[in-house]
Design a protein around this ligand. Structure first.
Ligand SMILES: Nc1ncnc2c1ncn2[C@@H]1O[C@H](COP(=O)(O)OP(=O)(O)OP(=O)(O)O)[C@@H](O)[C@H]1O
Ligand SMILES: [Mg+2]
Length: 492
C-alpha cells in the first residue's frame, strides 16, 4: 500500500509540474500582451536607465524605444516646486510612489503625466506606469482659473452677491458688499435658508413668496424691494435672481438704490421749486408796485371815508395786508431774506410761538403739552424763521384735530451735537403716498390751504443745515421731527 501510494504521488507531481509550466508560459504571454498592448505607458528601468518601454510609453515620450533605452526618465521632468525631490524620497522610503509631474518631451511638447513607480517590481527591475493627463490637468486648471476669476469678482464687487443652494435653499456664500449693505456679518446669513434670511431681514412673507414663486417658475426674477435694517434705517434695493448659475447654486445680486431714489425725489421737488421761485419773483415784482400805490392812496383817503365807511375801510386795509404777507411768503421762495443769525435759546423761541398760537388752540379744544430738557445750549439760528417753521407745524397739527386733542412738543439734545425738536399730534395721519408728497409746492388737502407751509418750513430748516423727518400713521397721528446741528457752517 505504502509503495503504491508513493508512486501515485510521484505521478501526480509530474502532472502538476507540467500544468504549472503551462500556466507560467500562459502568464508570460499574457504579461507580454499586456505590456505591449497597454494603453498606459510602461517603462522598466534600473540604475543605468531605461531597459524597456512599451509602445504607449514611446508615444507618450515622443521617442523611439532606441532613444529611450539607457536614458533616465527624470531627465524629462520639469521641476518647478521641488515636487520631484519629494517623489524620489517617497520612492526610496516606501518602495513605491504615485503622483503627477510636468514633463518636457524631446520635441519640446509639455505633458502632464500621472505615474505609479514601484522599485524591484519585476526581476529586480523597477517599473513606472505613465498616463498622459494633460487634457484633464488643463481642464482642471481652466476650472480653477474660472473659479478664481469668479471669486475675485464675488469678493470685490460693489454689488451685493448671495449664493444659495437650489435643493435645500441653504445660503452658502455672501460677499462683503452684501453684508455691508444689509448691515449684517456674513456668518449671520450663511447656513440659513434663503427664505428665512429674507424674513429675518424684514421682508414680508408675502413679498418674499411672490418673488420666489416667479423665480421658481421662470428661472429668474428681478425687481425692487424695500425694508428697514435692524438699525431702523429704511433701504431700497434693486435685485436680480438667477437660477443655477453654478452647479446647483442660485445667485441674487443687488444694489442699494436708496440714495438714488432720494436724489430723484429731491430733484423732482427742486425742479418745481425753481419754477415757483422764478414765478414768485416775477409776481412779487409786478404786484408790489401797484400795491404800494393802492395802499398809499387808500391811506390818503382815510380821513374822508373812515367815518362813513369805517367797516369797508378796515376790510380793504386788512385784505391789502394779507396780500402783502402772501407776497412776502412767496419772496422767501424766490430769494433768501435778509436773515439775521444769532445765538438764541430755542426753548424760548418755542415758548413764544406756543403763546402766539395759544388762543387758536383753546378755540379748537386743543391742549399743548411741552416737554423741554433743561440746559439746552443756545442755537445759532434765525429766530423769526424758526418761529415761522414752528407756527406752520403747530397750525397743521391744530388743523388735523377738528374735534380737539393733544399736541406734544419736546425739545432735547442728542449726542453728536444736535437738537431734536418733535411736534406730535393725534390727528388723522397720512398714508405713505401722502407722506411722499409733503413739501411739494401747492400740495394741500385743505380747502383754504396754500400748500406752501411745509415747503417753506423744509427750506428754512435746510438753510439751518438741519433735516425734517415725518412719521405718520393713518388714524393715529403724525410726528414731525426737526434735527438741527449745534455747530453750523454758517456760524463762521
Ligand atoms: N400734522 C399733519 N397731519 C396730517 N396731515 C398733514 C399734517 N401736516 C401737513 N399735512 C398734510 O400736508 C399738506 C400740506 O401742508 P402744508 O402746511 O404745506 O399746507 P396746508 O396746511 O395745506 O396749507 P397752509 O399751510 O398754507 O395752510 C396738508 O394739506 C395736509 O394734507
Ligand atoms: Mg399748513
Amino acid at each position: 500500500m505504502k509503495e503504491r501510494r508513493f508512486f501515485d504521488e510521484d505521478e501526480q507531481s509530474v502532472a502538476e509540474k507540467s500544468s504549472i509550466r503551462e500556466l507560467e508560459k500562459k502568464n508570460a504571454e499574457l504579461y507580454k500582451d499586456l505590456f505591449i498592448e497597454a494603453i498606459d505607458g510602461i517603462v522598466f528601468w534600473n540604475d543605468e536607465g531605461v531597459i524597456d518601454a512599451n509602445e504607449s510609453a514611446c508615444k507618450i515620450f515622443e521617442s523611439s524605444i532606441e532613444d529611450l533605452k539607457g536614458r533616465r526618465i527624470f531627465e524629462f521632468v520639469i521641476d518647478h516646486d521641488g515636487r520631484y525631490d519629494k517623489v524620489v524620497k517617497t520612492l526610496r522610503t516606501e518602495g513605491s510612489v504615485r503622483d503627477e509631474l510636468l514633463y518636457i518631451m524631446p520635441n519640446g511638447q509639455k505633458k502632464y503625466l500621472e505615474f505609479t513607480s514601484k522599485l524591484n517590481a519585476v526581476d529586480g527591475n523597477h517599473m513606472t506606469i505613465f498616463r498622459n493627463v494633460t487634457e484633464r490637468y488643463e481642464m482642471e486648471q481652466q476650472l480653477r482659473e474660472r473659479e478664481n476669476k469668479f471669486r475675485n469678482v464675488f469678493e470685490g464687487a460693489l454689488e451685493g452677491f448671495i449664493l444659495w443652494r437650489d435643493d435645500n435653499e441653504e445660503i452658502v456664500d455672501v460677499n462683503p458688499s452684501a453684508a455691508k449693505m444689509l448691515d449684517v456679518i456674513k456668518e449671520d446669513l450663511v447656513g440659513q435658508s434663503f427664505l428665512s434670511a429674507l424674513e429675518n431681514l424684514g421682508v414680508t412673507k408675502e413679498k418674499a413668496d411672490e418673488y420666489l414663486d416667479t423665480f421658481k417658475r421662470a428661472g429668474q426674477s428681478e425687481g425692487a424691494i424695500s425694508f428697514s435694517l435692524k438699525s431702523g434705517v429704511k433701504k431700497h434695493f434693486e435685485f436680480s435672481m438667477k437660477h443655477n448659475v453654478f452647479s446647483d447654486l442660485n445667485l441674487i445680486t443687488f444694489k442699494d438704490i436708496t440714495e438714488k431714489l432720494q436724489l430723484e425725489e429731491e430733484l423732482r421737488k427742486s425742479d418745481t421749486l425753481n419754477v415757483i421761485g422764478e414765478l414768485a419773483a416775477g409776481i412779487a415784482h409786478e404786484i408790489r408796485n401797484p400795491m404800494t400805490a393802492l395802499k398809499g392812496f387808500i391811506q390818503l383817503l382815510e380821513p374822508t371815508i373812515k367815518d362813513k365807511h369805517s367797516l369797508y375801510y378796515d376790510v380793504i386795509i386788512n385784505e391789502l395786508n394779507r396780500i402783502d404777507s402772501i407776497i412776502n411768503e412767496f419772496l422767501i421762495l424766490a430769494k433768501p431774506q435778509a436773515v439775521q443769525y444769532s445765538e438764541r435759546d430755542i426753548v424760548q423761541i418755542m415758548r413764544e410761538t406756543v403763546d402766539l398760537l395759544g388762543a387758536q388752540a383753546v378755540l379748537h379744544n386743543i391742549q399743548i403739552c411741552m416737554d423741554y430738557e433743561y440746559n439746552i445750549p443756545n442755537l445759532f439760528c434765525e429766530p423769526n424763521q424758526l418761529k415761522k417753521v414752528f407756527i406752520n407745524l403747530i397750525k397743521n397739527a391744530i388743523e388735523v384735530m377738528p374735534e380737539g386733542g393733544k399736541i406734544t412738543i419736546s425739545i432735547n439734545q442728542l449726542k453728536g451735537e444736535k437738537i431734536h425738536i418733535s411736534i406730535k399730534d393725534e390727528g388723522f395721519g397720512m398714508t405713505p403716498e401722502k407722506l411722499q408728497k409733503l413739501g411739494e409746492p401747492f400740495y394741500t388737502t385743505k380747502e383754504k390751504g396754500t400748500g406752501l407751509g411745509l415747503m417753506v418750513s423744509f427750506r428754512i430748516i435746510a438753510e439751518h443745515q438741519g433735516v425734517i423727518e415725518v412719521e405718520s400713521e393713518e388714524g393715529l397721528g403724525t410726528i414731525f421731527h426737526i434735527y438741527l446741528p449745534l455747530q453750523q457752517g454758517g456760524k463762521d
